[in-house]
Design a protein around this ligand. Structure first.
Ligand code: HAM
Length: 436
């Protein structure tokens, strides 16, 4: 019986995995430039963590969580996102005690949501994100958005739309919630079952409803901007102004509420400006009460996450299919059984000295071995035949220029070093000429 991958999961293989690593590398470098350090938290957490943070009115909690009882009868959940786990870790490890605030962490890792799989939407996907906890200034909200934008810039994804909104402070939200409740109560009979439930738990969530028949009612609903307190409005304007100062134009979007309950104040999303066919590539916002709600001190936070599958998708769209030079430095071609045995030892010596080596394990024709070496994008072939064995030497062929040299086996480490240096210099020269 063939066992298929679980629906909504996918394998990331070889060259694709290399590109993911490249994207992750850029995320890491930029996060470190902004003073963030890595944090790694478990994939499973106690279910109440997500009920209290992501929120009981969110689609994630009501419909999408992978929740199960373990053998000890504890309800555990595969994390649908990483912010909650990072907050839990800050509390569990008292990371706020004796630390210079704000705490600044970045993370990578798989997340699980039982969603309907489609382009850019998986049931297991990966996020990169940052959390800044102990935020005291609007500048920190702005800085997290700048960090997100700089990551996209470094990936060559300059043409992005940054949408931003403010969900206001506690007072603004309370007034807005009341206004929404009043408005939707009048229309709720014709709306979907989810909205009926949302009206009771959190009317703000109705704004996120994707049911087409509900949209006209939602579009006429009261706007958050009319309910912002003066303090919340000034904070919002300051963030937009700070972003403008560093050349980031944002689109103020009154309907942006985001799908998680923990946000207060600024929320934002990144979309591709031209071909927005996978939805948000990243998003985040400010959370005032999250840490306290899960038993920590009263520290405000702000963070963002990117979906790595979506970053990979748009990266390929914008930069074209990527081919990475991941071939071995040397492919050893051994012509007979004895030669194969010698290659086996040579391969180990060369690998221990930092060279990437592949070899053949069965005798094959010269021609077919050359084809394999080329398909693997090897830089050089090392040929070991009868003559090389008796004379204690190796023939080395540059597979780009076809130049061949004979090297004494005892001298190979010294000679290979300079051969590879010349090879890389030629490559660099060529790419400079091509880019002229
Ligand atoms: P989120 O908007 O739920 O926010 O997810 C962040 C990003 O993860 C999305 O913009 C999207 O790129 C990606 N994503 C979400 N669901 C899927 C899926 N099913 N398949 C593929 N990619 C997906 C959060 O998770 C918050 N924790 C962000 C945050 C951090 N807020 C404050 N700090």
């Amino acid at each position: 019986m063939v066992i298929n991958p679980v629906k909504g999961t996918h394998d990331i293989i070889a060259e694709e995995a290399n590109i993911y690593s490249g994207i992750e590398y850029d995320c890491r470098i930029v996060a470190e430039l902004f003073g963030f350090q890595e944090i790694r938290t478990p994939i499973i957490e106690h279910t109440p963590l997500f009920l209290r943070s992501v929120g009981e009115s969110s689609d994630i909690v009501t419909k999408e969580m992978y929740t199960f009882d373990d053998k000890g009868g504890r309800s555990l959940t595969l994390r649908p996102e990483l912010t909650a786990g990072v907050m839990r870790s800050i509390v569990s490890n008292k990371l706020y005690a004796n630390a210079d605030l704000p705490l600044k962490y970045f993370y990578f890792g798989p997340c699980f949501r039982y969603e309907r799989p489609q382009a850019g939407r998986y049931r297991q996907f990966h996020q990169f994100g940052v959390e800044l906890v102990g935020a005291t200034s609007y500048l920190q909200d702005a800085e997290v958005i700048i960090l997100g934008k700089r990551i996209l810039d470094s990936l060559g994804l300059e043409k992005v739309k940054v949408s931003i909104n403010s969900l206001g402070d506690d007072l603004s939200r309370e007034n807005y919630r009341k206004a929404l409740k009043e408005y939707f109560s009048k229309n709720i009979d014709s709306m979907c079952e989810d909205c009926k439930r949302r009206l009771e738990i959190n009317p703000l969530r109705i704004l996120d409803c994707k049911v087409p028949e509900d949209r006209p009612i939602i579009e006429k609903a009261p706007k958050m901007s009319d309910y912002l307190s003066d303090a919340a409005r000034v904070h919002y304007e300051n963030v937009v102004e700070a972003l403008k100062k560093v050349g980031i134009e944002v689109e103020q979007d009154d309907t942006l509420v985001r799908g998680l309950d923990y946000y207060t104040g600024i929320v934002f999303e990144f979309h591709m400006a031209e071909k927005d066919d996978v939805g948000a590539i990243g998003g985040g916002g400010h959370y005032k009460n999250l840490l306290a709600e899960i038993g920590g001190p009263d520290l405000e936070g702000v963070g963002l996450s990117f979906g790595l599958e979506r970053l990979y998708y748009v990266f390929q769209q914008v930069n074209g299919p990527q081919t990475m030079d991941i071939g071995p430095d040397f492919f050893i071609m051994a012509m007979g059984e004895e030669e194969i045995e010698l290659s086996f030892t040579l391969a180990d010596i060369l690998r221990s000295n930092g060279y990437a080596i592949e070899m053949n394990y069965e005798t094959k024709s010269f021609k077919s071995l050359f084809k394999v070496a080329e398909r693997k994008h090897a830089k050089f072939a090392i040929i070991i035949g009868e003559e090389e064995m008796t004379k204690n030497q190796l023939s080395v062929k540059n597979l780009k220029t076809q130049e061949q040299t004979v090297v004494k086996t005892d001298d190979m480490l010294m000679v290979f070093k300079s051969l590879l240096e010349d090879y890389m210099q030629d490559l660099e020269k060529k790419s400079l000429e091509e880019n002229k």
